[in-house]
Design a binder for this molecule. Structure first.
Ligand code: B12
Ligand code: SF4
Ligand code: SF4
Length: 387
């Protein structure tokens, strides 16, 4: 006689599946509540599958020169676009956003020349984001999973994760945007082996808006969603070497970063309007008088090539040149005697923009003793614009 079938395995499997599902829901609830309690703005999950379209974008930017020799994710497109090449055990990505406006821009207006700092860097806005990510990492670890924080890192393209997880959409400025926040947010991720429910892509896009394209002072957004970093002031201000002459004037008073394509962006308008002051400022005269070490410490949260304070001074000199005020002639003339040829060259350019007769006199005097050909040619150029 054939006995009645044993269906108990099905009940066990279904119990296991439902407890697995319940565990996942509980973990996601825990992550969401933790994110909210520490002030993060959004949290999303997606698979850790590779991002082939990102690899293509990175390779194209490098091949065409649009990456401006920047390192970061451009260094190794295959690694930056495949989380499993760095974390072979990765199953899911957790991505969070931290809106840094209206908390940015608290500095009092400077007494010396003003150097403008983009809102994301007015203070270390990555610090609360990293703290939050670390708390979330601990939640995953306590639940028995592996978890690693990857934030502003060469091994992952943060914006692509935010789009895949459905917490943001690609803007034509190449920023990713979120409702109510627009582009004014920083992003960070956690790579984990926890299976998490992937979010649905956000059904939003820029539509007919193109406001960021003409708002860019250098035309760096060469087509919707395509940035030429060689023209982007945010990249230029953090580059090594000289500021290319063609970009010095348009740099204006921007000391670090640039916010024009963000400020023009309608989805972020309301939030930007709630900020306390327009943006952060640096007293250029005071910073030029500060020694290298305290300067590096003060701007520790900036990306500065090889962590050399000379690049911060170089930017300040360009800003002072653009202010073209006679009250800065003395400081700039003094810099013509600086041991660093990079600073002498930029000081010559800055003095060439001044209507103060003392500027021309300082340039002529420096022309007699200057021995570096690059500086000599900057002095000659400056004198020819003054004549
Ligand atoms: C390198 C880098 C830069 C470079 C290059 C920027 C760039 N656009 O690629 C420079 C130095 C110029 C820079 C500047 C800034 N940066 Co930056 N930067 C990075 C970094 C380290 C890597 C970005 C990257 O890999 N880009 C290369 C490729 C993949 O991106 P992409 O060229 O935009 O290509 C995508 C689009 O074209 C899109 N796409 C394709 N087709 C289409 C079609 C349409 C219609 C659209 C809309 C899009 C679209 O898909 C492509 C990907 O497949 C990330 C941190 C990280 N690890 O991810 C921060 C990051 C992107 N930067 C950030 C910030 C805040 C800035 C600045 C605002 C700082 C400032 N105020 O000065 C500016 C903004 C300039 C701008 N318009 O992007 C934030 C952005 C947050 C956000 N809300 O989007 C990030 C994510 C840092 C962080 N962890 O929060 N940055
Ligand atoms: S950050 Fe400034 S320079 Fe760069 S794309 Fe935006 S507006 Fe243009
Ligand atoms: S300014 Fe307009 S086109 Fe540009 S990113 Fe914002 S919404 Fe999109």
């Amino acid at each position: 006689m054939v006995g009645s079938p044993d269906w108990s395995w099905r009940r066990t499997a279904s119990l296991q599946a439902s407890s697995f599902y319940a565990g996942r829901v509980a973990l996601e609830d825990d992550l969401r509540q933790t994110a909210r309690s520490i002030g993060l703005d959004a949290i999303g999950y997606c698979s850790a599958e590779p991002f082939p379209e990102v690899e293509g974008s990175l390779r194209e930017a490098v091949a065409s020169g649009r990456s401006a020799s920047l390192g970061f994710t451009f260094t190794d497109p295959a690694t930056a676009s495949d989380p499993r090449s760095s974390f072979p055990w990765a199953v899911s990505l957790v991505v969070v956003s931290h809106a840094y406006v209206p908390d940015s821009g608290r500095q009092p207006p400077p007494k010396g020349g003003n150097g403008r700092v983009a809102r994301f860097a007015t203070e270390d806005h990555y610090a609360p984001l990293r703290l939050g990510l670390d708390r979330l990492r601990k939640v995953l670890i306590s639940a028995g999973y592996r978890a690693e924080v990857v934030c502003d890192d060469n091994r992952l393209v943060d914006r692509a994760v935010a789009v895949r997880a459905g917490i943001a959409w690609w803007g034509k400025s190449t920023m990713v945007l979120a409702p109510g926040v627009g582009p004014w947010m920083l992003l960070g991720s956690i790579v984990t082996d926890a299976p998490l429910s992937p979010g649905d892509p956000m059904l939003r896009e820029c539509g007919s808006c193109e406001a960021c394209l003409p708002a860019c002072p250098t035309g760096a957004i060469i087509a919707p969603g395509v940035l030429d970093a060689r023209r982007c002031l945010a990249a230029i201000a953090q580059s090594a070497g000289s500021i290319p002459v063609e970009f010095r004037e348009v740099m204006g008073d921007r000391f670090y970063g640039c916010d024009e394509c963000l400020t023009a962006c309608p989805p972020g308008e309301r939030l930007a309007a709630s900020a306390s002051i327009e943006s952060g400022g640096v007293d250029l005269i005071e910073m030029l008088a500060t020694a290298d070490r305290p300067l590096r410490e003060r701007f520790d949260h900036f990306y500065v090539p090889r962590n050399q304070a000379r690049f911060l001074r170089r930017n300040a000199i360009v800003n002072l040149g653009n202010a073209a005020a006679a009250r800065f002639t003395g400081v700039l003339a003094g810099l013509l005697g600086h041991p660093d040829a990079l600073l002498r060259a930029h000081a010559a350019w800055a003095l060439g923009r001044s209507a103060d007769p003392a500027a021309a006199a300082a340039l002529r005097a420096a022309r007699i003793t200057e021995y570096e050909s690059e500086v000599v040619s900057e002095i000659d150029q400056a004198l020819s614009t003054l004549d």
